[in-house]
Design a protein around this ligand. Structure first.
Ligand code: AMP
Ligand code: MG
Length: 510
């Protein structure tokens, strides 16, 4: 039971039933799409897949969790002792509108591991229909599963809270998808990603019960969450308020971290917002290449522009307000919504300012630093400049010249004078000695550029995983120089990728 590694004694991970024993379960065991009431989950078995093959395996995470490589297990074809598969029931606001019951339509949790008092829910995505599949087939394609694998690991190694990816398994099945939503569906290879998080509970896990005025289930779920994931020294109402305040602050911090590296989630519906303030549900996400607050990778969002890079803080707060609307009424604490939202806002402003100071190597958060930051943002927005390359090159800067900027430009710069002036004010605010170490650890050299993910998919669909493997290796050390990868992965977006569907424009079809 005890494992001794480098002198530290830790407990061997064990399967636990805390969630399924702790909250109400669907009493109907039939697996067909339906409304599920007064329950937080349904027990359901993964569908058997014809020919599972292991494509990617996360050795480090597997070792940490004591899990073994086996395509039969990580396709859902067989379960190991202790696994008790289930699908979550949740609802959500999609694009600002209440969508009713959603739930795990194609995700199936195999169970939860416990290790040193931490929980790890292990979930397959793309493993067949569940009571929550609505009109969907419960499957996922290689394209989207590979994107989820690479991005969750890229985020983890960037130091950004996220679900992890354990494995990627091809199923041997073909799945029909209409990627462009233009009436031309085509067959694509199916694949399952296994992902891991404290839990896959979402804002929508609470909203569904509130929408049905089912206070009993809502309260049981809340008590479970408080007990498992939050210190509980007080009465439930006080703990609940403290927990909600934490969720707000941590969600604000998460979004600020997304902004630091140029990540755009793309579909910040409340059912895609983790109560643990980690990034979950990688779908039509994207990465900012030219710095642009108005950019959204999601084609469904092309006109409404709800989920753009720059809107993320505001949307996160809107989503948080929906969580508060679901929970505060249980204790008649509605009057606390405003202070909680204010606390979210204050947390975001502080985190965001701190984050920008770090990117620019500014040690003191002063009024002058605000001016330098805002001018930098304004010029970036105007100049069509690659965000990652700009900040990385700035972190190396050893001269008083702005010439490095040309390396990051997508078109000739019209505001060179303004940039030169900005450099001067940056030098003043940092007293000519920006904290380079801080900059290099805040400005990654390598991120999962949209076209790199696209290239990895193109190769993988032809049966060649070498590109994906190289990218995966490189993204494990995003702040290191890794010169061997620079000519391939530290590059501006090539011209072909600018309007390429599947690269800079993603649909929700997955
Ligand atoms: P997502 O956009 O992946 O966050 O999914 C939104 C909702 O649609 C969730 O309830 C998913 O489980 C469900 N869903 C997405 N794709 C499928 C599918 N192929 N089959 C069944 N349900 C799906
Ligand atoms: Mg989702």
């Amino acid at each position: 039971m005890l494992m001794v590694a480098t002198g530290v004694v830790t407990m061997k991970p064990m399967w636990t039933s805390t969630f399924i024993n702790g909250v109400p379960q669907d009493t109907n065991e039939e697996n067909h799409p339906r409304q599920v009431h007064q329950a937080c989950f349904s027990k359901v078995k993964p569908t058997k897949m014809p020919d599972p093959k292991m494509l990617l395996w996360n050795e480090d995470l597997a070792t940490e969790l004591g899990l073994e490589i086996d395509p039969e297990v990580w396709s859902g074809n067989t379960q190991i002792e202790g696994m008790e598969p289930f699908a979550h029931c949740y609802g959500g606001h999609q694009f600002g509108t209440w969508a009713g019951q959603l739930g795990d339509g194609r995700a199936i949790s195999l169970g939860t591991l416990t290790k040193d008092d931490e929980l790890f829910e292990i979930q397959l995505k793309g493993s067949g229909v569940t009571p929550y599949s609505r009109r969907g087939d419960g499957r996922a394609v290689l394209r989207s599963s590979l994107r989820e694998f690479l991005c969750s690991e890229a985020m983890y190694h960037l130091g950004i809270p996220t679900s992890r990816a354990l494995s990627l398994v091809s199923t041997g099945e073909h799945v029909l998808r209409d990627i462009l939503y233009d009436g031309h569906p085509a067959e694509e290879p199916g694949a399952i990603v296994t992902r891991v998080a404290q839990s896959f509970l979402r804002f929508g896990s609470f909203e569904i019960h509130a929408s049905r005025s089912d206070n009993e289930t809502l309260t049981l779920l809340l008590e479970y969450v408080l007990q498992q994931f939050f210190t509980h020294d007080n009465e439930v109402e006080v703990d609940c308020l403290n927990w909600l305040r934490c969720v707000g602050k941590e969600t604000a911090r998460l979004v600020s971290e997304w902004m630091r590296v140029g990540f755009v989630h793309g579909v910040m519906n409340t059912d895609n917002m983790s109560i643990h303030s980690i990034t979950i549900d990688y779908g039509p996400y994207g990465w900012i290449e030219p710095y642009d607050l108005d950019w959204t990778p999601n084609t469904t969002d092309k006109f409404s522009k709800r989920y753009t890079f720059g809107n993320q803080p505001m949307i996160a707060m809107w989503n948080y307000a929906r969580l508060l609307d679901s929970i505060l009424p249980i204790f008649s604490l509605e009057q606390d919504k405003r202070p909680l939202l204010e606390s979210f806002q204050i947390a975001f402003q502080w985190e965001h300012h701190r984050m920008w100071c770090n990117k620019l190597g500014i040690k003191d958060m002063t009024d002058e630093s605000v001016v330098v930051i805002e001018e930098c943002q304004r010029l970036l927005q105007e100049s069509n400049i690659d965000m990652t390359i700009f900040f990385r090159e700035l972190s190396y800067l050893n001269s008083a010249s702005i010439d490095f900027i040309h390396k990051a430009c997508y078109q000739p710069i019209e505001h060179m004078g303004a940039w030169t002036q900005w450099l001067q004010s940056w030098n003043e605010v940092t007293q000519n000695s920006p904290d380079k170490e801080l900059m290099l650890s805040s400005n990654p050299k390598y991120v999962l550029r949209n076209w790199l993910a696209y290239e990895a998919i193109e190769h993988a669909e032809q049966g060649d995983l070498s590109y994906a493997l190289d990218l995966y290796e490189c993204l494990k050390n995003p702040y290191d120089e890794q010169e061997q990868y620079a000519s391939r992965f530290y590059q501006k977006r090539p011209e072909w990728a600018e309007h390429k569907p599947g690269s800079s424009m993603l649909s929700c079809s997955s």
